[in-house]
Design a protein around this ligand. Structure first.
Ligand SMILES: N[C@@H](CCC(=O)N[C@@H](CS)C(=O)NCC(=O)O)C(=O)O
Length: 216
C-alpha cells in the first residue's frame, strides 16, 4: 500500500492511526501542502480534489476521503473493529466522526485559510479569530454530545477505540497547535490523553512524521 500524506494533515492522521491499529504497513509519500505539491499534475491524476490522504491498495483506483478509507480498511481488515456491532451504535459513532471530520475540519484546511488571506484579504489575527470561532463551536457541540450520551466511556464509545476517536485525536491535536486551552472540553481532553497513551496514536502524531519540521 502507498499512502499520500502531509505531517500536519488531520485527515491523513486518521488513516495512519487506523493502519497502525490494524498492523498494516504502508509506504508513505509526503506532499508539502503549504508549497502546493497537491496541485502537481501527477498528484491530480491520483486525487482530482488536490487533497490528502490518497491510498493506493493494489491495482484498483486510488482510495480517497479519510472516512471512506477508514471504513474500507475496517471491512477489509476487521480486527480490531473500528465500529460497534449494533446498528444504532454504529450510526452514533459515525455521527461523532462526521461532526469533526465533515463539519469542523473543512473550515481549517489550507485552501480555505489561503482564500481568506489572498482573496478576502483578512489579516492574520482576523483569520485566527474566524478559525477559533468555528473550532470552539465544534468542540462545544462534541463535548455536549459526549457528556449527554450514556455510551461515552474511556473513549468516545465505551472502552473500545472507534472511528470517533480517530477523528477526535487529530482534531484536538490541531486545537492544541492553535493554542486553545483544551481543558475547556474536559471529556474530550480526557479521551485525547487516553488515546495518546496508545502506541498507534502516539507514533502517528504529526511531529513524529518524517516530513515534520525538525527543531533547530
Ligand atoms: N474530507 C477530506 C478532507 C481532505 C482534506 O481537505 N485534506 C487536507 C489536509 S487535512 C488537504 O489536503 N488540504 C489541501 C488544501 O487545502 O489545499 C478527507 O477526510 O479526506
Amino acid at each position: 500500500m502507498k499512502l499520500y500524506s502531509f505531517w500536519r494533515s488531520q485527515a491523513t492522521f486518521r488513516v495512519r492511526i487506523a493502519m497502525r491499529l490494524k498492523g498494516l504497513k504502508t509506504e508513505l509519500v509526503t506532499l508539502d501542502l503549504l508549497k502546493g505539491d497537491q496541485f502537481d499534475a501527477a498528484y491530480l491524476a491520483i486525487n482530482p480534489e488536490a487533497v490528502v490522504p490518497s491510498l493506493i491498495d493494489g491495482d484498483g483506483p486510488p482510495l480517497v476521503q479519510s472516512l471512506a478509507i477508514l471504513e474500507y480498511l475496517d471491512e477489509k481488515y476487521p480486527q480490531p473493529p473500528l465500529l460497534p456491532k449494533d446498528l444504532r451504535d454504529r450510526a452514533h459513532v459515525r455521527a461523532l466522526g462526521q461532526m469533526l471530520a465533515m463539519d469542523a475540519h473543512p473550515l481549517v484546511v489550507p485552501r480555505v485559510r489561503k482564500y481568506l488571506e489572498a482573496e478576502l484579504h483578512l489579516d492574520e489575527p482576523t483569520r485566527n479569530t474566524w478559525q477559533k470561532h468555528w473550532m470552539e463551536l465544534a468542540c462545544q457541540a462534541f463535548e455536549d454530545v459526549l457528556v449527554r450520551d450514556r455510551r461515552s466511556g474511556k473513549f468516545c464509545f465505551g472502552n473500545e477505540i472507534t472511528i470517533a476517536d480517530l477523528c477526535l485525536v487529530p482534531h484536538m491535536t490541531n486545537m492544541k497547535m492553535l493554542g486553545t486551552d483544551v481543558a475547556r472540553y474536559p471529556v474530550m481532553a480526557r479521551i485525547f490523553d487516553g488515546c495518546m497513551q496508545l502506541e498507534a496514536f502516539a507514533l502517528e502524531a504529526p511531529m513524529k512524521q518524517p516530513d515534520a519540521p525538525r527543531p533547530n
